[in-house]
Design a protein around this ligand. Structure first.
Ligand code: ZN
Length: 160
């Protein structure tokens, strides 16, 4: 039996993935929630937003053609998810988004790891996860991940 790597991932369209790294965007606005708390790989999807050029200009990012696609480019810690929050929690929070995923300690990968993205929360392949985790500072390894869906006791803690 192989242990599941203590890493989950979400696929984020560019340039939003770049904003999580370059601009330290600390809230990911989503219409769905998850029970995972711990290391979260930020995978830049293959397809950019339709208005990517406009968003890049607005935030002073590199051009869309200069961004990385189809790769894990960073790792953050998913520390909280706000449900039906007013949006006052962060500059990056959209009041109309049902869930605010709160990211902390974001680390850019020196070597982005090419891989396919997926819908919803996903678990990277073991070799990809190892290559990602090897690039992280020790302080992130010290933060254990919890998937409350596989263990009922932390769920009570998280929702207490
Ligand atoms: Zn919020």
């Amino acid at each position: 039996m192989t242990a599941q790597p203590c890493l989950r991932a979400i696929t984020v369209r560019q340039p939003w993935a770049e904003l999580i790294t370059y601009a330290r965007k600390t809230v990911e606005n989503r219409s769905w929630t998850c029970t995972w708390r711990g290391l979260l790989a930020i995978h830049a999807g293959k397809t950019p937003e339709a208005d990517a050029a406009e968003i890049c200009r607005y935030f002073g990012l590199r051009k869309p053609s200069a961004l990385t696609y189809g790769a894990i480019i960073a790792v953050a810690r998913l520390v909280d998810v706000h449900d039906n929050c007013s949006g006052d929690c962060s500059y990056w929070a959209e009041p109309e988004a049902q869930f605010h995923w709160v990211l902390a300690d974001t680390v850019d990968l020196r070597q982005p790891m090419n891989c396919s993205g997926k819908q919803r929360l996903w678990t990277p392949e073991a070799d990809t996860a190892t290559a990602v985790l090897d690039q992280l500072p020790a302080r992130l390894h010290a933060a254990p991940g919890i998937d409350a869906s596989t263990d009922p006791s932390p769920l009570e803690v998280i929702h207490a």
